[in-house]
Design a protein around this ligand. Structure first.
Ligand code: NAP
Length: 152
């Protein structure tokens, strides 16, 4: 359990632009993910459908993200879940956002990347600690340009 802040509580999920909605080509899934009434059950359903497609060997033709597919589906799910939480807690003083650190030199990238993990952590920490008057909810922050922010 996290302690609620007196002003605004915040959740910042570390995500990736590989999980952006435009990476999903399956029209039914896309429509569901963009629905105002999206639920946790539907997100779980999406992930289970992906796993079924993988088991059956049909995933390539089903419109799932093409790059780093399994990773991208996990990030689609975290983005979608963040969207659900942001809507649910909008009027309760809880802000829920996602942050993509960009191509960062870590174990995941075998040390490749345009910047260090410390640089990415600094941006993430700044976003996590935004003053209440700058705090938004349901947003997707990308990399190192503080101006690049889109709807989740
Ligand atoms: N690096 C990039 O270019 C990049 C780009 C976009 C987004 N991201 C996101 O940034 C975040 C950090 O990635 P990274 O590049 O730092 O990856 P990483 O080098 O692979 O580090 C991942 C960290 O997560 C921990 N971890 C993995 N599974 C876990 C589990 N089940 N429970 C607890 N800890 C677990 C690992 O712990 P151990 O060391 O103990 O295994 C490791 O410390 C991830 O969410 C990633 O998707 C990274």
């Amino acid at each position: 359990m996290f302690r609620r802040s007196n002003s605004s509580s915040r959740i910042l999920n570390i995500s990736s632009r590989l999980g952006s909605i435009n990476k999903m080509k399956n029209p039914t899934m896309k429509e569901m993910l963009l629905s105002e009434n999206l639920s946790e059950e539907q997100i779980e359903g999406m992930v289970n459908t992906f796993l079924e497609n993988v088991k059956k060997g049909t995933w390539k033709s089903q419109g799932w993200p093409e790059i780093w597919t399994d990773y991208a589906v996990s990030k689609l799910a975290i983005n979608a879940y963040s969207r659900v939480l942001a809507r649910r807690y909008k009027d309760c003083g809880i802000c829920v956002n996602c942050f993509c650190p960009g191509f960062t030199q870590t174990s995941m990238t075998r040390g490749k990347g345009t910047h260090t993990a410390a640089d990415a952590a600094e941006v993430g920490a700044r976003l996590a600690l935004l003053p209440p008057h700058e705090l938004q909810t349901g947003k997707f922050y990308i990399g190192f340009s503080p101006g690049i922010v889109s709807k989740l």
